[in-house]
Design a protein around this ligand. Structure first.
Ligand SMILES: [Mg+2]
Length: 449
C-alpha cells in the first residue's frame, strides 16, 4: 500500500494525511473519522494510473556469446553442458534464436539438443560474464527510475510513473531504454508497458526479439483477452490443462466467468488468476532494498533419477547465486533447497547458519547435503532450486564477525528464521486454509518465479 504511494500515485495524496489532521486538529470523534474517509475518497479519485515496464533481454546468454565473438553471430549457439565430454549429461541453459529454429530450448537435455543440431556451437556458461552484463543493464535501468525490481539475471520491472516530463510519452521512454541498453551492451531487450506488472510481463513477450509493446491504461482486459491462458503469469501447465479440459482456451474465457466459478475450480489460486485475467494486478514494484531473498531453480525437461546430474545442476545454481550475492554485497544466513518430484510433490529443506554466507562452496555444500539426506523413495526429480534468505549486508556481517565483544545474549535473541517461517506459514494457513505449503510461501516471498 505504502509502496504504491511511493510508486507514483501523486505526492499530493500523501499530503492529504498531513493536511487533514493539521487543519482539522480540533475536530474530534466522528468528525475526524469523516475527514479521514473524505481524504481517502479524494485520494482514490485523483489516483494516477501507474506506468509499469517489464524489460526482458532477448536470448540473454547466447546473445552475449554472439556479441563477444562475432564469428558465431548468425549461427545456432547453445550454452550449457558439454554434449561430448560428460557423456552428454546435463541440460541446455540457453539457446540462440538460430538454435531455437531447430527446436532446441532451455532445460532440454544437452544430448537431445546435440541430436537436433550437431553443427551448433556448444559453449559452457560463463556465469561471471553474464552477471557482469546483468549488473550493467540494471544500472542503466536505474538511470530511468529508482524503482527497479530485478526478477532474474535478465529481467526487471520498472515503475516509471510520473517520468513523462523527463523521458516523454511511454513509447518514447521505451525506445530510449532499449537504445540505452543496446548502446552500452550491444544487446537487444524487449519491453512491455502497462499499468501493472502482470500485463507488462505479458506484453514484453508478444514481439520478441527487440519488441516494444504498450497496453494503454483502461484497456488491460481486452488487451490480454484473446491470448491463451498459459500466458497468464502463474498459470502453470497443470492449471492450464485443468482449465482447458473444461473448454476454456483464452484469458478472456476465464475473465468472463463469475469469480465464484474460478474459486470453485481452483480455490484461492482461482481468485488470483481471475484478477490477473481481468487485467488487475496491484502488486507494487519493489526495489532491491526490499528484497527478501535470492533464489533460482531449474525444471528438468524430463524428470530425472540421476543424482549426479541433480548435484551438477545444484552446483551451477550455487555458482550463479553466490556471484549475484557477492556483487550485491549481501550475505544470507538461511539456505533452502527446493525439490519437486514427479507428480508435482514439492519439498523444501532449510538450514540456518551461525554466520551468513555468500560463497559458492558453502551454498553448494549445504544444498547438496540437503539433497543427499532427502529421501525421495526412488522417485524422479522434476525441479531443484536454491534460495538464500535472512539477508544481511556483507560489510555488516564481516564487522560483526570481527567484533570482540559480541554478546551471547544478543545473538540468542535473534529470531530463529525457521520458527519465524513457521509462524508466517501458520498465519497464512489461517487466512488461506490448508492449501498453503512451504513452497507457496517461498513463491510468495520471491514474488513470482
Ligand atoms: Mg530473457
Amino acid at each position: 500500500m505504502d509502496r504504491n504511494a511511493v510508486a507514483g500515485t501523486i505526492p499530493a495524496s500523501q499530503k492529504d494525511e498531513g493536511i487533514f489532521p493539521t487543519v482539522f486538529s480540533l475536530t474530534i470523534g466522528i468528525g475526524a473519522i469523516y475527514m479521514f474517509r473524505l481524504g481517502f475518497s479524494i485520494r482514490g479519485a485523483i489516483r494516477m494510473p501507474r506506468l509499469i515496464l517489464h524489460v526482458d533481454m532477448d536470448a540473454f546468454y547466447t546473445s552475449i556469446e554472439q556479441h563477444d565473438n562475432p564469428a558465431i553471430r548468425g549461427r545456432p549457439v547453445v550454452v550449457g553442458a558439454d554434449p561430448r565430454g560428460g557423456l552428454g549429461r546435463g541440460v541446455v541453459s540457453a539457446a540462440s534464436y538460430e538454435a531455437r529454429a531447430f527446436g532446441i530450448h532451455s532445460a532440454m537435455p544437452i544430448s537431445q539438443a546435440y541430436r537436433r543440431c550437431p553443427g551448433a556451437v556448444f559453449l559452457p556458461p560463463r556465469s561471471e560474464r553474464y552477471a557482469e552484463v546483468s549488473d550493467r543493464i540494471m544500472r542503466i535501468l536505474g538511470g530511468f527510475t529508482p524503482l527497479v525490481e530485478p526478477i532474474s539475471i535478465d529481467e526487471a520491472y520498472l515503475d516509471c510513473t510520473g517520468t513523462e516530463n523527463l523521458f516523454g510519452k511511454p513509447a518514447e521512454l521505451g525506445a530510449r531504454i532499449k537504445e540505452a541498453v543496446r548502446g552500452e551492451t550491444g544487446l537487444t531487450a524487449s519491453v512491455g508497458m502497462a499499468t501493472n506488472k502482470s500485463v507488462a510481463k505479458i506484453a514484453s513477450d508478444l514481439q520478441k526479439p527487440d519488441g516494444l509493446v504498450i497496453c494503454e491504461p483502461g484497456r488491460e482486459r481486452e488487451f490480454i483477452a484473446p491470448l491463451p491462458i498459459g500466458r497468464l503469469w502463474g498459470a502453470g501447465k497443470k492449471t492450464v490443462k485443468e482449465l482447458e479440459s473444461r473448454g476454456f482456451r483464452t484469458i478472456g474465457d476465464i475473465a468472463s466467468l463469475p469469480l465464484s466459478r474460478m474459486e470453485g475450480l481452483l480455490g484461492r489460486w482461482g481468485e488470483h488468476l481471475w484478477l490477473l485475467a481481468n487485467g488487475m494486478d496491484e502488486r507494487p514494484v519493489c526495489d532491491d532494498s526490499e528484497r527478501k531473498s535470492y533464489s533460482e531453480e531449474i525444471t528438468f525437461d524430463t524428470d530425472t533419477g540421476d543424482a549426479a546430474l541433480v548435484e551438477r545442476v545444484l552446483f551451477e545454481i550455487a555458482d550463479r547465486l553466490s556471484y549475484k550475492l557477492r556483487s550485491d554485497g549481501v550475505k544470507g544466513r538461511t539456505i533452502t533447497l527446493k525439490i519437486r518430484l514427479e507428480g508435482f510433490e514439492t519439498h523444501t529443506r532449510s538450514a540456518t547458519m551461525s554466520e551468513p554466507v555468500n560463497d559458492m562452496a558453502a551454498i553448494r555444500k549445504t544444498a547438496v547435503r540437503h539433497f543427499r539426506e532427502f529421501d525421495r523413495a526412488g522417485r524422479r526429480v522434476r525441479l531443484v532450486g536454491i534460495r538464500l534468505s535472512n539477508l544481511e549486508d556483507a560489510a555488516d556481517a564481516s564487522e560483526r564477525q570481527l567484533g570482540l565483544f559480541e554478546e551471547r545474549g544478543a545473538d540468542d535473541s535473534r529470531p530463529d528464521s525457521e520458527s519465524e517461517a513457521e509462524r508466517v506459514l501458520d498465519r497464512m494457513r489461517e487466512r488461506f486454509g490448508g492449501k498453503v505449503t512451504r513452497a507457496t510461501l517461498l513463491k510468495g516471498l520471491d514474488d513470482g518465479e
